[in-house]
Design a protein around this ligand. Structure first.
Ligand code: HEM
Length: 539
């Protein structure tokens, strides 16, 4: 009662005669007031001029977690207006320093390995999902080797086969006689997020993951995937280790899924190389680390899970945004179709000719639609690193201490008028002047004229450092995405295939697109996001 009495403040003399609930509430309010006062005083009195300003917040530990979590971009822009490009906010008890602008992106994404670390921050979330000894559950040098293996598997001849497989899978998915019967009629409405998540996983599994994985999606694998995906939630950065029901389901699914990949490998070895397809399992089964050790089956399985998870969310969110945006601009759908007619030509029956991998680079508007969508709807809004050495920020009096986490948000630079006039307008034609060779390698960057693009090899081939670019949806530096080319191929092929058969428009009374759901790890369109579809007349 002593502590309660103290906290009950003015009510203390009468505490014995008051109902317990009133005493508890009064004590709670007093404690909260005291905590807020101490926290606010601490921010005012202990402000250090050699560290970035701290975003004002009332509650310790919670800090700005809620405002950041609801809409990270709104939060970043508001803080930028008040504090400049470099500021610190409290995210679940952790001082997190945000560095915005092209300089901020470069400072974090191209920082030296000895100074910043990705695995310490990502590991608690990713290791239980991917499995041990891969990606963030191994030294960085091993991750660089694993990225090299994946990159080497993404050959031109593999890409050629993927375009055919993805186009076929997409055609079937939207056909009248697809098993789902979703598109059995000539027009209707469809909730795009869950529908396109399904299509994305079918197309990725049929191509990159291999035919056995695709077959298993028709029988049980989808449930395993779903349970595993349940472990990919932001709260698991902190509670990934806890035996909560969703984590138990995740762990069971991870074991079964890894075993499925290992069974596929055993089966393939038994059968020999007959009918060998150019998928990633075959490629990884034949890779060797620098020290001469072949990649163990378990690691191949875990890498395959990592690729499945890394690609699924980002690509599925992107293709959904693409179709949502196109539904607001039917004339762009007609332009896309016309581009295909002009570039690919028509068959004897009047339908557009089949598309090859090489054709993708000859469809600049298709490329621009993907590129523009990734500019406004980049799926990864925050890229984080742990600080390992005190880091002076050039051009400022600040040094970031090792107790902080660093956060880069390249999505901010791609939303500012300085780099992109009328930045919040979705306009694929803003990329019309993009040089042809950028479409050719399907891996666009956006570097100002006259700026020499710096390249570096971190152990998985030469890549652009992207330091000067305000457009970095695939990141930069040693942790840069290795799935960019595959993602472009997948997204462009789905886009080209679907606009041939269907036309989309907003349902009556709806304008623009739905808002963004930032509650999961990857930002994605809020669901439901329903649009009208209509089958095009076959010519
Ligand atoms: C890393 C974006 C598709 C595999 C990254 C990063 C970004 C990104 C921004 C850097 C994260 C960081 O620095 O911490 C995207 C986008 C995609 C996409 C926007 C699609 C639209 C894919 C696909 C795959 C993939 C299809 C696999 C086939 C990876 C892997 C990493 C990564 C393995 C980790 C690299 C590392 O930490 O070194 N991605 N990604 N991504 N991405 Fe992607």
């Amino acid at each position: 009662m002593g502590l309660l009495q103290t906290l009950a403040g003015p009510l203390a003399p009468h505490i014995e005669s008051l109902p317990t609930w009133l005493v508890i509430i009064t004590a709670f309010v007093s404690l909260l007031t005291l905590t807020i006062t101490i926290n606010v005083a601490d921010q005012i009195l202990t402000r250090r001029s050699d560290e970035p300003p701290v975003v004002f917040h009332l509650l310790p530990w919670i800090g700005s977690t809620v405002t950041y979590g609801i809409d990270p971009y709104a939060f970043f822009f508001k803080c930028r207006a008040k504090y400049g490009d470099v500021f610190t906010f409290v995210l679940l008890g952790k001082k997190t320093t945000v560095c915005l602008g092209t300089k901020g992106n470069d400072f974090i994404l191209n920082a030296k390995l000895k100074d910043v670390n990705a695995e310490e921050i990502y590991h608690p979330l990713t290791t239980p999902v991917f499995g041990k000894d891969v990606v963030y559950d191994c030294p960085n040098s091993k991750l660089m080797e694993q990225k090299k293996f994946v990159k080497f598997g993404l050959t031109t001849s593999a890409f050629r086969s993927y375009v055919t497989l993805i186009a076929e899978e997409t055609r079937q998915f939207f056909s009248r006689d697809a098993p789902s019967k979703r598109f059995a009629s000539t027009s209707g409405t469809v909730n795009l997020p869950p529908t396109l998540a399904e299509l994305t996983i079918y197309t990725a599994s049929r191509s990159l993951q291999g035919k056995e994985v695709r077959e298993r999606f028709d029988s049980g694998f989808a449930d395993l995937y779903h349970d595993l995906d349940g472990g990919f939630v932001p709260i698991n950065f902190k509670l990934g280790w806890m035996p909560l029901p969703h984590n138990r389901r995740r762990d069971r699914a991870q074991k079964k899924m890894a075993q499925t990949y290992m069974d596929i490998m055993t089966e393939r070895r038994k059968e020999g190389n007959l009918e060998r397809e150019e998928d990633m399992i075959w490629n990884l089964m034949n890779c060797e680390y620098k020290n001469g050790t072949p990649v163990p089956d378990k690691e191949v399985a875990h890498m395959m899970i990592a690729l499945l998870m890394a690609g699924q969310h980002s690509s599925s969110a992107t293709i959904t945004w693409i179709l949502l945006r196109l539904a607001t601009r039917p004339e762009i759908q007609d332009e896309l179709l016309e581009e295909q007619r002009q570039v690919l030509g028509t068959k004897a029956d009047g339908s557009i000719a089949d598309m090859t991998y090489e054709d993708l680079a000859r469809l600049p508007l298709h490329n621009s639609v993907v590129k523009e969508t990734l500019r406004l709807h980049t799926p990864i809004h925050s890229v984080m690193r742990v600080v390992k050495n005190p880091l002076p920020v050039e051009g400022t009096p600040y040094t970031i201490p090792t107790s902080h986490v660093l956060l880069a948000s390249p999505g901010v630079t791609s939303r500012v008028a300085e780099h992109f006039p009328d930045p919040m307008l979705w306009e694929p034609h803003r990329w019309d002047e993009t040089p042809a060779e950028e479409h050719a390698h399907l891996a666009p960057s956006h570097v100002k004229e006259g700026v020499v693009e710096e390249k570096e090899d971190y152990g998985y081939g030469l890549i652009s450092k992207g330091a000067a670019s305000p457009y970095l949806p695939f990141g930069a530096g040693r942790h840069r995405c290795i799935g960019e080319q595959f993602a472009y191929l997948q997204l462009q092929t789905i886009l080209a295939t679907v606009v041939r058969d269907l036309r989309f428009q907003n349902v009556e009374g709806v304008e623009g697109v739905v808002g963004t759901d930032y509650s999961s790890l990857f930002s994605r369109p809020l669901s439901p996001a329903v649009v009208r579809w209509e089958r095009r007349e076959k010519k």
